[in-house]
Design a protein around this ligand. Structure first.
Ligand code: BV8
Length: 251
């Protein structure tokens, strides 16, 4: 059940910003970043593998890890949380969706203009000049494959630890956050910066901040509303109770 004061606040909201983390894809069957990795990957620390140092040291291992993850995310579908967010965008005056995820599931669910802070695993780029290629290249004798343009090793088009976030995306996400009167933090442990700093900014500027996460995070004590439940349950309920029922009442 959505608290009445939250429902009222959302109906009055003018600019809503939503930032998602790996938890929004959990109900699609995509393991979150910190979930114990399975099989061959169980013995590796993802924050170690997702780094330029690891790629420089063991390019084939890092390439194979991302090829495995690419296989995971391309085998699943968006869940009700992704669809609810795609629908919410059409129900509020101004809506911005920011994601830390690289799985492209928001776009497949119909969300447009998604701000991808950490890139997208469905694109690859070369490690020297950044030539971008759609999809995942066919296996070649050399792993990782070499760029067809400049010959440098290919890598996923994602942001690794120690790498700066894409400037345009971070500026757009920050600008939207500073103008938001409502800010949702959905399915993120709020431990990775500077993405987590957006939630901190929203709290500092006095926006209504709603965290949707079955588990507490370092920011839980500071948000306006903490909905401790799976995003795939809460977000559809929220769209139905706050906006759809209201529309019926007006009609
Ligand atoms: C950078 C792409 C400048 C790759 C990722 C302060 C300022 C700036 C930087 C730092 C700083 N402090 C520390 C740093 C360095 C570092 C950092 O933040 N480290 C952390 C570990 C402390 N940050 C960086 O390096 C960033 N770069 O700042 O550049 C710079 C340059 C040089 C030197 C220093 C700084 C780059 C960060 C981007 C890294 N790339 N992803 C890939 O995916 O392989 S981040 C990756 O981890 C994910 O994208 C995700 O965003 C993040 C966290 O992963 P998870 O924990 O799995 O996911 P999440 O946090 O979303 O947690 C899952 C949550 O879901 C849980 O809370 C769970 O309870 C919840 N959940 C589960 N089921 C559900 C659910 N919620 C709702 N419904 C459910 N059903």
């Amino acid at each position: 059940m959505i608290p009445q004061n939250l429902a009222k606040r959302l109906r009055e909201a003018h600019k809503i910003v939503v930032m998602t983390g790996a938890g929004v894809s959990a109900e699609s069957g995509v393991p979150t970043f910190r979930d114990a990795q399975t099989g061959l990957w169980a013995k590796y620390d993802p924050t170690e593998l997702a780094s330029p140092e690891a790629f420089a040291r063991q390019p084939k291992l890092v390439w194979d890890w991302y090829k495995w993850r690419y296989g995971l995310v391309t085998a699943v579908s968006p869940n009700p949380a992704h669809y609810a967010l795609a629908e919410m965008a059409h129900l509020v005056p101004h809506f911005t969706l920011i994601t830390q995820n690289i799985d492209n599931l928001h776009q497949i669910a119909g969300s447009e203009g998604v701000i991808e802070l950490h890139g997208n695993i469905r694109r690859t780029k070369c490690s020297d000049k950044g030539h971008i290629f759609p999809g995942w290249p066919d296996d070649t004798a050399v792993q990782p494959p070499l760029c067809a343009v400049c010959g440098s090793p290919m890598r996923p088009d994602v942001v690794w630890f120690g790498e700066s976030l894409p400037r345009h995306e971070l500026e757009a996400a920050t600008a939207a956050t500073l103008q938001a009167d409502v800010f949702f933090s959905v399915g993120t442990s709020s431990q990775v910066y500077p993405a987590a700093a957006l939630t901190v900014e929203a709290i500092k500027k006095g926006a209504t901040v709603i965290e949707i996460n079955p588990h507490p995070t370092p920011l839980t004590p500071h948000v306006t509303f903490s909905l401790a439940a799976p995003a795939g349950e809460v977000l559809p309920q929220l769209v139905a109770e706050v906006w759809e029922r209201a529309a019926v009442a007006i009609a």
